[in-house]
Write a protein that binds this ligand. Structure first.
Ligand code: AHG
Ligand code: MN
Ligand code: MN
Length: 329
């Protein structure tokens, strides 16, 4: 029997959040609706030039928008209409978008509407990432949003790949749903996902390796000499999805150009860290657990090492022994 994401969320909500009274599931269904809109647009990406008329306006006479702008508007539109939302925080908006509600929404949704957008033009997988936080009572704007990742209520992503897959956790395991295009619903395809304890690939932009800190270079050398292969798509969601299913490690280290790495804590690292830990994996910054970081600003970056327990553990050993060598020297 098919289980849709909607049925699954309602069931989880009944089991865990009996007081949530539909708010939480309505919020997640806003997210699935937005991602269905985004995937429909992405599936037509190559057709726009063929079908779009002069000046690339669509049938409603609106100017065709870049997909990351479209994706952002789709999420803002679908979630902005949900009663339980107080703030929406997007990679694409410098400040949190406040949803004006007299009685004040309960939740904050933080998201990367289109991850890996440079891959769109070449027909390579992209995604959407989101994180849901409770709004501490009486708090507003940035102060409400700047919470460590362990406070996340739920997190998830969608990968727009050879099929469209929605993966989420509400703190009770990780579940994956595949969009069934005939009926337009996400149906359960991966129940209680577990990340293998160890894998055989690493994923990093190796072209930057000359400017990685030494411990990262030592670690990559260690993986190579132990027979690891390399896989790098350049869309975090897609690289993470492979790592979740097959095991191994994904890294975005500090570089000379980006001393804190390139990835954003609130809407890239934290949600994927929550999913990784719920699936038995781990996510660290090199200084500690990703979900323990107290954020100072909404767009702050963090180095990210995420994946199987074995590989992240080995990184931690090499990295911390490198640091103690330096401090004793
Ligand atoms: P976004 O498209 O949301 O800006 O994110 C792109 C990110 C991420 O998806 C990927 O892991 C990383 O950029 C790739 O960076 P490099 O090109 O530096 O490897
Ligand atoms: Mn991104
Ligand atoms: Mn993005």
């Amino acid at each position: 029997m098919l289980v849709t994401v909607q049925q699954h969320i309602l069931q989880q909500q009944e089991d865990q959040f009996p007081a949530a009274r539909g708010n939480f599931s309505s919020l997640l269904s806003g997210m699935t609706l937005a991602t269905k809109m985004i995937q429909a647009k992405i599936r037509r990406a190559g057709l726009v030039d063929i079908l779009g008329s002069a000046g690339a306006t669509n049938v409603q006479g609106e100017t065709q928008q870049k997909l990351d702008v479209y994706a952002n508007q789709a999420v803002l539109h679908c979630l902005g209409a949900r009663e339980s939302v107080a703030f929406l925080v997007s990679e694409e908006n410098e400040q949190p978008v406040t949803i004006d509600r007299s009685e004040g929404g309960k939740y904050i949704v933080v998201f990367d509407p289109l991850d890996g957008s440079s891959n769109i033009d070449v027909n390579v997988s992209v995604g959407t990432i989101f994180s849901i936080l409770r709004r501490p009572e009486g708090t507003h704007g940035e102060a409400a949003v700047l919470q460590p990742g362990w406070k996340q209520v739920a997190a998830g992503y969608v990968v727009y790949g050879s099929s469209t897959i929605f993966v989420y956790t509400a703190g009770q395991g990780v579940y994956g749903f595949t969009l069934e295009p005939e009926i337009g619903a996400f149906v359960l395809s991966f129940a209680n996902m577990r990340m293998p304890v160890q894998g055989n690939t690493y994923s990093v932009n190796e072209a930057n390796s000359d400017s990685f800190p030494e411990s990262y270079r030592t670690y990559l050398g260690h993986l190579r000499s132990n027979g690891y292969g390399s896989r790098y798509i350049g869309s975090l969601v897609a690289d993470f999805h492979r790592t979740l299913l097959k095991g191994g490690v994904f890294l975005y280290p500090p570089t000379k150009k980006n001393p804190n790495g390139k990835l954003r804590l609130l809407y890239e690292a934290n949600p994927l860290a929550f999913i990784a830990e719920q699936a038995g994996g781990h996510a660290i910054s090199g200084e500690g657990r990703i979900m323990d970081i107290a954020p100072k600003s909404i767009h702050e970056r963090t180095p990210l090492i995420i994946g199987s327990r074995a590989e992240v553990g080995t990184f931690h050993q090499i990295h911390s022994s490198g640091r103690s060598d330096r401090t004793t020297a």
